[in-house]
Design a protein around this ligand. Sequence first.
Ligand code: ATP
Ligand code: MG
Length: 157
Amino acid sequence: MVEKTFIMVKPDGLQRALVGDVITRFETKGLKLVALKLLLLDKPTAEHHYSVHAQKEFYKDLIEFITSGPVVAMVWEADNAVYIGRKLTGPTTPNEAPPGTIRGDYCLNTQFNVIHASDTVKNAQREIDIFFRPEEILHYDKSIRHWLGLDGLEPAR
Ligand SMILES: Nc1ncnc2c1ncn2[C@@H]1O[C@H](COP(=O)(O)OP(=O)(O)OP(=O)(O)O)[C@@H](O)[C@H]1O
Ligand SMILES: [Mg+2]
């Protein structure tokens, strides 16, 4: 089923010049970019986005970190986009993230882990609604669909 996932390059990713690489990985995998913006998160928005972690001991540091510099917020679309986004990103703990994943290739620290990726379809919709107005999500066709084998075929599981 076609899904949207919310992906965000965190302040460390932007400072380390990894924005282009993150976009390239999602693009070349074949997902469709349907929204993108560069922004500096304010504290209320950051707290809303990460509200599920409000009781965790790392919450205060996380909010400070995520508001410490510009981030790049994106929405990517594909069949199974949420699952694919998490796979490309890799596990939260960098030591457990395999080489080939974004966190596996670029991270040493659990907080400074370059990228956020939605973990469920429901959370993806929630996060997209925090960062984008409906009219900022674009609808368009990509001619490469044929060459990705997406026309008239079941998506890979
Ligand atoms: N033990 C920890 N110490 C410090 N920071 C942490 C810790 N656990 C999580 N974080 C930070 O909080 C973020 C949110 O944690 P979560 O458990 O949702 O991981 P995630 O889903 O892999 O990451 P994200 O939601 O950012 O995609 C992590 O990406 C990381 O930046
Ligand atoms: Mg998470």
